[in-house]
Design a protein around this ligand. Structure first.
Ligand code: UDP
Length: 342
């Protein structure tokens, strides 16, 4: 099996602290909850369980609630008046769906975050860690991406996340909300113990879809476009292990305890891999071929995105120690094999 994930600042302890984790039943949220609990904290999950899973809530209580309902959101927050730090990971994430149904994206992501901010202000929770995305940057040749890069999102998904970033900045300025906004690059891999992993339905992400094809399940992988302006014609992304993302949240709490009041931080490794490179790496790790068929470009996809991650390293003293491509694929494969029984 796998060794325990490497962690930065392993002695940082959260004993006795409660955290509200909105979207804690989701892929990244569940990994964040596990890390909080490992450090002695108590994650309280708020989730509507449309995309998240009750079975992924293992480390504390949960409330079934929907951010789109302002009254319900406020009532849920009022049940936990002592919570100071909120981690917000709940959103619609499927890029193509955002292009087809923007109204639902704006309602779920932007109205939902607004209701969350109002509830936090009403109950005195004054620290927020927010999951934003590299998709807020838009098409640019300036790689690796710095946080100061112009944000001109191409997709509806990116636009909704940027709108939330702006709301949070306004709350910081006017009402003193302290925050860390993480711009995630491509979250991937699974818990080293195999306990939790990526379980989207429908699954749209490259690595689980390619693993499924390697396992001989489904119709094979559809590769979205080989006519991009990259070395092999396929899109380039920065894949960061979900356990490293979870650990960055702990380090954000530590930094805020130490006086950090606001930061926008990229969460990536700085390494870009093309879709074909990922397919090759999966074939190497699994020893199985990945059958795929080339299709047209997917709506909303950018050519390449990879991070300059120096700022997170400096401000949080954080390094993505579990994010070799091999470890990402091995842990994801381990999780999916158990789930699929292959
Ligand atoms: N991709 C693909 N086939 C799939 C899923 C994804 O070719 O079934 C491509 C997608 O077009 C993008 C890259 O893989 O270039 C990463 O996509 P993913 O959905 O995993 O993450 P995103 O970058 O959209 O957040």
């Amino acid at each position: 099996m796998f060794q325990a994930a490497a962690i930065s600042n392993p002695n940082y302890n959260l004993t006795g602290q409660d955290f509200i984790v909105v979207g804690g039943g989701g892929y990244i949220g569940a990994h964040v909850c596990k890390r909080l609990a490992e450090r002695g904290g108590r994650p309280i999950v708020f989730d509507n369980f449309e995309a998240g899973h009750e079975h992924a809530v293992k480390w504390g209580p949960f409330e079934t609630m929907d951010l789109r309902d302002r009254g319900q959101t406020r009532a849920a927050f009022q049940k936990y008046p002592n919570v100071k730090t909120v981690i917000h990971l709940a959103s619609s994430i499927e890029v193509g769906e955002g292009e087809r149904a923007p109204e639902e994206f704006y309602e779920n992501n932007v109205s939902g975050a607004f209701n969350l901010l109002m509830a936090m202000r009403a109950t005195g929770a004054d620290r927020l860690i927010f999951s934003s995305t590299c998709a807020t940057y838009g098409e640019t040749q300036n790689m690796p991406l710095l946080e100061s890069e112009i944000q001109n999102p191409f997709s509806v998904y990116g636009k909704t996340k940027l709108a939330i970033e702006h709301m949070i900045q306004s709350y910081h300025k006017a009402y003193g909300l302290n925050y860390v906004t993480f711009r995630y690059f491509n979250a991937s891999g699974a818990d080293e113990g195999g306990e939790i992993g990526e379980e989207h339905d429908p699954e749209t992400h490259l690595i689980p879809n390619a693993l499924k094809a390697a396992a001989g399940l489904g119709k094979g992988l559809k590769l979205f476009g080989t006519d991009y302006d990259t070395a092999d014609g396929t899109c380039v992304r920065d894949y960061i292990h979900v356990s490293d993302i979870a650990e960055a949240h702990i380090q954000a709490i530590r930094a805020m305890d130490g006086g950090l009041t606001q930061a926008e931080l990229n969460l990536g490794t700085g390494e870009g891999y093309s879709v074909l490179q990922i397919i090759n790496a999966i074939e190497k790790v699994t020893g199985l071929p990945v059958p795929y068929e080339v299709g047209p470009r997917r709506d909303g996809d950018l050519t390449q995105l990879y991070a300059n991650s120096a700022k997170a390293r400096k401000i949080l003293d954080f390094t993505p120690e579990n994010s070799t491509l091999e470890n990402i694929i091995e842990t994801a494969w381990n999780f999916h094999r158990c789930k699929w029984g292959v």
